[in-house]
Design a protein around this ligand. Structure first.
Ligand code: 6GU
Length: 220
């Protein structure tokens, strides 16, 4: 899979590409992540990419031209173009699964007051990562890229995401590691029993109970 991220702040991605699972996925060649400074597609003096809004008001608006020209350059028939914006569709695990099957994802990160409305005409999907406002789309693009990359075949073992929270609309089950007793708190006996049928049952109940207590909205 190829992920191209169009941003005005490429430095923000340094840590993201260089740690842990994302770093290994890139090294193994399973995913390619390109951070593209779309300022380089500006045709204006000083590589300007934004201007004041028609009709007046505060802030600056990203202009069409640099983004249209960037997409003319990198978009192919296999590309899915995604705009990160607080007024997009609220992101969830099911969207992450769908995106993990794509060949090429292009993530457009805005800043300032937002995008010229006409940019939306060349976008396939608009995503928000939740009901709050960020200074720009960069963190959101990392959230989307991270959650998608871990689902791409070969990045982590299938087992690792079989019971992920939100699969089957349930949260993940409770887990423990050594020691079996810590400051008076014991690991449930069933997990030490070696009885895999009972353990599966315990975990299924754990998923259900946790979802009921913490996120009843998921059970609807
Ligand atoms: Cl995708 N962008 C910005 N600027 N703020 C957000 C967001 C995106 N998702 C939630 N808040």
């Amino acid at each position: 899979m190829k992920i191209d991220i169009l941003t005005l702040f490429p430095e923000m991605y340094n840590g993201f590409k260089e740690e842990s699972i994302i770093k290994r996925a890139i090294e193994k060649g399973i995913v390619e992540v390109n951070i593209i400074d779309f300022r380089k597609y500006s045709n204006e003096p000083n590589n300007k990419v934004d201007d004041t809004p028609y009709g007046g008001g505060s802030g600056m608006v990203l202009m069409c031209d640099p983004i249209f020209r960037a997409l003319d350059d990198i978009k192919t028939d296999d590309s899915k173009v995604i705009m990160l914006t607080p007024d997009g569709k609220v992101y969830n695990q099911s969207i992450a699964y769908d995106l993990s099957k794509e060949k090429h994802i292009i993530l457009l990160c805005g800043h300032y007051e937002g995008f010229d409305e006409r940019i939306r005409s060349i976008v396939d999907l608009e995503i928000s990562i939740g009901d709050y406002v960020l200074t720009g789309g960069e963190l959101a693009s990392m959230v989307v890229a991270d959650s998608v990359i871990r689902l791409v075949d070969g990045v982590i073992t299938k087992d690792s995401h079989l019971n992920d929270s939100f699969n089957d609309n349930l949260l993940d089950y409770e887990t423990y590691t050594k020691p079996s007793e810590y400051r008076g708190m014991k690991v449930p006996d069933v997990l030490l029993s070696g009885d895999h049928k009972k353990i599966d049952e315990f975990r299924q109940n754990s998923r259900y109970n946790r979802t009921r207590d913490r996120r009843p909205d998921l059970l609807k």
